[in-house]
Design a protein around this ligand. Structure first.
Ligand SMILES: *Cc1c(COP(=O)(O)O)cnc(C)c1O
Length: 407
């Protein structure tokens, strides 16, 4: 299989999903087909465009209803959400936090913002998320029990938390990871930035851990332009999140008093107005994205040299970004294939450069990372916009019983 032949085959499948449309097909474009204009206009007319206003409350209630999280706190972006989650989980300067090497840089940066040290862990092929079995074996070797938790016997630093990430929307093995956190006394904080709409054994991702972070960046499944949210079942933590995200200001009619070093992290009402409209469309986006994934899965079933990545058993994925996994012997063709696809107007990209290879994190502690490195060499993401799935639903309606569950 040559790169041009593989690219030709993949490009044909993607273009058919787009109804044969010519011109570039983006990786993931937002869809504003509902009440976006009305709500944004209503927000402007109200004069309340900043961090106070009814759309912020409505957006938070919509997130709580949809995810089942008892509390959602809207903030300026997913990175800020992760930063606050880690602070609220008790991460302190000099602590270590376990995070996957195969993730977006924000996961590591949020740890660094706390003055803590990211400690990179490996992923598993079945979920693309943190491998609980391999991590348990590693911690048995390097972790020393200490009161209320554990310590890294090499560095002497406390290992405070584990931050699994649900890669491209596919849930990590939350059961295995929760058990591991219990056993080693780690706080579980989920990076659910990519997984709004994804469920693990029926429960929404981001609601298993002490806290979870979601993102509403422009390329995520729903967007507020920029935005994020903290999910938690703990009322005191939610209250603290709200306080810290609004400069830790004590409520008063006119006095400006602050009782901690807070952050200006609250989501503006203007962005929340967009978010309320997008949340109304989320069920339709999810169904469209699962339809697109089912189409890709079927079309690529006979593809030689690459396989379509399907959600792990027992999970419902939002299929935020669809991924093809190149056969190991074709990993060397990846960059050529990406060029060939982009030349054909198909916006494809690799996964992230593994975080332990980035300049700010070259010296960070890590376990053996061969699976994450192998995956990073072999993954390519292909166009995944809701619009593609909506076009498919219009052109080839499927029976509703099949839809959604099982791409
Ligand atoms: C998008 C994303 C974030 C951060 O979200 P922003 O809203 O862009 O700050 C964090 N982690 C992962 C894995 C992401 O994909």
């Amino acid at each position: 299989m040559t790169a041009p032949a593989l690219a030709e085959r993949i490009a044909g499948v993607v273009r058919r999903a787009a109804g044969g449309k010519e011109g570039p097909i983006p990786l993931h474009e937002p869809c504003f087909a509902g009440s976006e204009w009305n709500f944004v206009r209503e927000c402007l007319d109200s004069g309340w465009v900043s961090s106070v206003g009814s759309f912020v409350d409505r957006f938070e209630r919509a997130l709580e209803d949809f995810t089942g999280a008892p509390h959602a706190v809207a903030v300026v972006n997913g990175t800020a959400a992760l930063h606050l989650c880690l602070l609220l989980a008790g991460v302190e300067p000099g602590d270590e936090v376990l995070i996957p090497a195969l993730s977006f840089v924000a996961t590591a940066n949020a740890v660094a913002y706390c003055g803590a040290v990211p400690h990179f862990v490996d992923s598993e092929i079945s979920t693309l998320g943190v491998d609980p079995v391999k991590l348990a074996r590693y911690l048995e070797e390097i972790a020393l029990p200490s009161p209320g938790g554990c310590r890294n016997r090499m560095s002497g630093r406390p290992i405070r938390a584990l931050v699994p990430m649900h890669t491209f929307g596919h849930p990590a093995d939350l059961q295995g990871l929760s058990e591991l956190c219990g056993r080693f006394g780690l706080a579980l904080v989920e990076d659910a930035a990519e997984s709004l709409g994804s469920r693990y054994r029926g429960a929404h991702t981001g609601t298993f851990g002490l806290l979870g972070a979601v993102s509403f960046n422009g390329n995520k499944i729903v967007t507020t332009g920029g935005g994020g949210a903290i999910l938690t079942g703990d009322e005191a933590l939610a209250r603290r999140a709200r306080h810290l995200s609004t400069t830790a200001k004590l409520p008063h009619r006119w006095a400006f008093r602050h009782d901690a070093v807070g952050f200006n992290y609250r989501l503006p009402n203007l962005n929340a107005a967009l978010g309320v409209a997008q949340m109304e469309e989320l069920p339709a986006f999810l169904s469209a994205k699962r339809r697109l994934a089912a189409y890709y899965r079927e079309e690529f079933a006979t593809l030689a040299g690459a396989s379509f990545f399907a959600a792990p058993e027992g999970c419902q994925s939002n299929y935020w970004l669809n991924a093809l996994l190149l056969a190991p012997e074709l990993a060397g063709l990846r960059d050529r294939l990406l060029d060939e696809l982009n030349d054909r107007g198909i916006m494809a990209r690799p996964a992230w450069e593994p975080l332990h290879r980035l300049p700010p994190y070259l010296d960070a502690p890590r376990m053996e990372l061969s699976t994450a490195e192998g995956l990073a060499d072999r993954i390519i993401n292909i166009p995944s916009s809701p619009a593609l799935g909506l076009a498919l639903e219009r052109s080839t309606p499927v029976n509703h019983g099949e839809q959604g569950e099982q791409p």
